[in-house]
Each structure stands twice: as C-alpha cells, then as structure tokens.
Design a protein around this ligand. Structure first.
Ligand code: PMV
Length: 315
C-alpha cells in the first residue's frame, strides 16, 4: 500500500487575482489530507473519503474528485483498464477555501507514486496536482497545489505565458496564530473563478483598477510580513477583503464572520480561497486573542480551526 499527504493552506493575500498573474501569499497550515492507495487486479478506482469537515463537502465535490483522479492517473500513465485502485482519504480538512482539493490531489499523487514504486520529486508531484486542480478550479493559478506540495509560507506569481511560475519562500520571525472559520456553505471554486474572468472581461476599466490596487497591496503585505508588522498585515487583510467584495466573490455569511472576528479583536480578517461560501481567516497573534476570536465565532454556531501561519514544512 502507498501512502501520502498534502498540506491544507490558507491564502492570506491575492486569491482570484492570482489566477490573472497578480502575486499571492499563501501559507500551509498544520492540517493535512492523507491518502492510501492500494492497487489490485481489475479496472477503475473506488474512493473511500473519510476526511473530517463540512457536511456535504465530499458529496458535492464527488464528480470533480472523479475527474481529478482520472487526470492524476493520466499524468502517471496508469491505464485504468488494467489496474484497479482502492483510494482512501482521511485527515482534517474538507472545508471549501482551505485547499482540501489540492491537498487531496497531492496526497493521492504521493500515495500512487509509492504504491507503483516511482520516486517522484516534489516538483513533479506539484505538476501532477496542478493538472488535477483543473477539475476543481477550471483555470487554477497553481497556488493551492504549490502550498499543498511544499508547505511553508509562499509568495506565488503565476507566469501567464505558461513558463515557470515564480515561487519564493517567505520567512516570518515566528509562526502566527490565526483562526479559520467555515460558513458551512460548500462553494464551487470553478464557478467562482469563471465568474471573475467573465466580469473582468465585461468591465475592463473597473476591474483593471481593482487589480492594480490588489497588486500594490500584495507587495506591501509581503513587506509587512517579512518585517513582522502584524498590525499592518491585519489592516492589509481587511483591505484585501474589500477588494474581494468589489470583484463579487464574498457573500453575506463571509462578511458576517469577518465582522465578528474584527469586533472581537482580530488584527484583520478576510475571506480566503474561492469565496461564495467556504472560509474566512482572521489574524489573531497569541493564544489568548486566538481563543477570544474563536470562542466568539463558535458561540454563533460556526465551525472554527485554530492554527498558525508561517510554520516551516514538516512532511
Ligand atoms: O477555494 P480554494 O481553496 O480551492 O482556493 C481557490 C483559490 C483561487 O485563487 C480562487 C483559485 C486559484 O486557483 O488560485
């Protein structure tokens, strides 16, 4: 049996914009999706999805998951007619917006590589997971699979001409507590990404301005993170949320959670990932503040993850 894992992630700056070549900043989180793969005689594959997370997540993503695994098998050159695979998925992340799909693709790719005795570099695993991400995101930027593969805190800029993307490790003085909170709405990243592309085409002037503001914001955010100016990072997260509202990927549930987080002392809060549902991320340095914000949100009946950004890779 082959085993593999992929990191969950939280996009701190630049989701959606990153699909169109604006840089993004992403951090892996300490939750993984874990996969086990066993080959057998026969054909096709069965998936047992035991990831913990939002109810209805696995069900809603089933068709996209099937397509993503077919894409992975194609990348490996594994003939589905001649091999049967039993695939098990477990681990702590099945919310939309925190990279559950990319983490599972990385985990499955690593598990298949092990089961078929192939030694693949992380670079190759990342390429395979990128192909798989197309099933979930349509035209993915590559930021999710990069974080899911390499872990850590990453500056990511897609190369729109198809050449090598720019991927740089960022360092912060120490890991910082965050709260991730799920609206409970399972969103379709593919639809959200396509919606932005459509509106960008329809309103070039308006979107051009917003994209320019985001580009400047991400550069400032990198500086603030590397200088460990967390108040500034928080402010920029708030501003980033506003720009995401402007491109119409937030929703009232996300806005509500962002508001509670801010009212309870978070340095900043924004939606994270594809939007339309899914999660928010709140910057809450220190255990005490993290707990304060997490409890306030839990009190309203939402699911919360307490984790950190800026932790160096461990798998
Ligand atoms: O919703 P998630 O976790 O799949 O994040 C999607 C991030 C996007 O920027 C919206 C798409 C992408 O591929 O970068």
């Amino acid at each position: 049996m082959g085993k593999g894992s992929g990191y969950g992630k939280v996009i701190l700056f630049g989701e959606h914009f990153v699909v169109h070549g604006i840089p993004g900043i992403v951090s892996a989180i300490d939750l993984t999706v874990d996969a086990e793969v066993k080959k057998d005689v026969g054909n096709g594959f069965d998936v047992k999805d035991e990831r913990k997370g939002a109810s209805g997540y696995a069900e809603k993503k089933k068709l996209q998951q099937k397509e993503s695994i077919e894409r992975i098998l194609k990348m490996f050159g594994i003939d589905q007619e001649k091999n049967h695979l039993d695939i098990w998925l477990g681990g702590g992340i099945a919310f939309s917006g925190i990279g559950s799909s990319a983490a599972s693709s990385v985990a499955i790719a690593r598990a298949i590589a092990e089961e078929f005795d192939m030694r693949l570099s992380d670079k190759r695993i990342n390429e395979i997971a990128y192909e798989a991400e197309k099933a979930y995101a349509g035209t993915p930027s590559g930021i999710d699979n990069t974080a899911a593969t390499f872990g850590g805190l990453i500056w990511f800029k897609k190369n729109l001409s198809g050449e090598k993307d720019s991927i740089q490790n960022l360092n912060v003085s120490e890991p910082v507590e965050i709260v991730i909170c799920d609206t409970g709405i399972v969103a379709d990243t593919k639809e959200m990404v396509a919606g932005v592309a459509e509106r960008k085409k329809k309103y070039p002037e308006k979107y051009g301005k917003i994209f320019k503001q985001e580009e400047e914001l991400v550069v400032k955010a990198r500086k603030a993170l590397e200088g460990f100016d967390l108040k500034k990072v928080g402010q920029l997260m708030d501003m980033n949320h506003k720009l995401l509202q402007d491109i119409e990927v937030s929703c009232k549930e996300l806005d509500h959670l962002v508001k509670i987080a801010r009212e309870n002392g978070a340095y900043g809060a924004k939606m994270t990932g594809g939007g339309g549902g899914g999660c928010i991320v709140a910057l809450t340095p220190g255990k005490k503040l993290q707990e304060q914000v997490a409890k306030a949100i839990e009190k309203e009946g939402f699911k919360v993850l307490r984790t950190k950004v800026g932790v160096k890779r461990s798998i």
